[in-house]
Design a protein around this ligand. Structure first.
Ligand SMILES: [Zn+2]
Ligand SMILES: [Zn+2]
Length: 247
């Protein structure tokens, strides 16, 4: 396989630069479109090789297209990641220092929680403890809205979670900052925030909700894959991706 960047690779990269993150089905469609537009060979199962070629050229610029899973629906996503800045300072062109401090505190709340969520009340309280410059309630709410709009956080009924983009981009930062608190999913081995936890105190493994759905599907009695204790949580349904039929 050729490792040369062609026009099809360049077009794919340009689109990624515009959107920042794309789901797997979108990436497959874009891959096919780029190959057809530039009359190059398109092998449907070679998307990761195609991206590898782009990544080899991005390396000197400290950029990378990296793959990760959505904790909401279990789908794979591709995000264009800046490797040069590993912490929240990567966002310093868009956010003031105290806004980034608030974001850091929000990440801390989410990482320290059992369910991977931080309530708006807790975030507002932590805004009172900013060291750089305090934010008023309305300012805090405005920053949170922007963080959701810029795809760093997700919000549902006043509770905030880390977006897929944030998890993919901030993984090295979170792993370094919160070594002792971050746990990996027992099934997919990625960092786990929104997940179910084994209630056996000597076990306590975490499994993402979509990984729970896939792992326990079709098993008559759910048991912890690590300690074999009964798994007491409600097993979510496997969510179907766009390419599969919905019934
Ligand atoms: Zn998982
Ligand atoms: Zn267990």
């Amino acid at each position: 396989m050729s490792r040369q960047m062609g026009d099809s690779h360049r077009r794919f990269l340009q689109t990624m630069m515009g959107s920042g993150i794309i789901d797997q089905q979108g990436a497959k469609t874009l891959y096919q479109y780029c190959c057809e537009t530039h009359n190059t060979q398109h092998a449907p199962d070679k998307l990761d090789d195609f991206i590898e070629t782009i990544n080899s050229k991005l390396q000197p610029m400290f950029m990378q297209i990296r793959k990760g899973m959505s904790e909401d629906n279990g789908q794979q996503y591709y995000a264009l990641v800046n490797m040069a800045e590993t912490d929240v300072t990567r966002m310093s062109s868009d956010y003031a220092d105290n806004e980034l401090e608030l974001f850091g505190k929000t990440i801390e709340l989410i990482v320290g929680s059992e369910n991977g969520k931080a309530s708006s009340t807790d975030i507002l309280n932590s805004a009172d403890m900013l060291t750089i410059k305090k934010l008023k309630k309305s300012e805090t709410e405005h920053v949170l809205n922007r963080l959701v709009h810029d795809k760093w956080l997700n919000e549902k009924r006043g509770e905030y979670t880390l977006s897929t983009r944030c998890i993919i981009e901030m993984e090295p930062y979170i792993r370094t900052m919160y070594q002792d608190q971050v746990k990996m999913c027992h099934i997919c081995r990625n960092m786990a925030f929104q997940c179910q936890i084994c209630e056996n105190p000597s076990c306590g493994i975490k499994i993402h909700n979509p990984c729970v759905a896939r792992y326990f599907k079709g098993r008559s009695e759910p048991r912890c894959p690590a300690c074999d204790d009964f798994w007491p949580h409600e097993i979510p349904e496997v969510r179907h991706t766009r390419s599969q039929s919905r019934r």
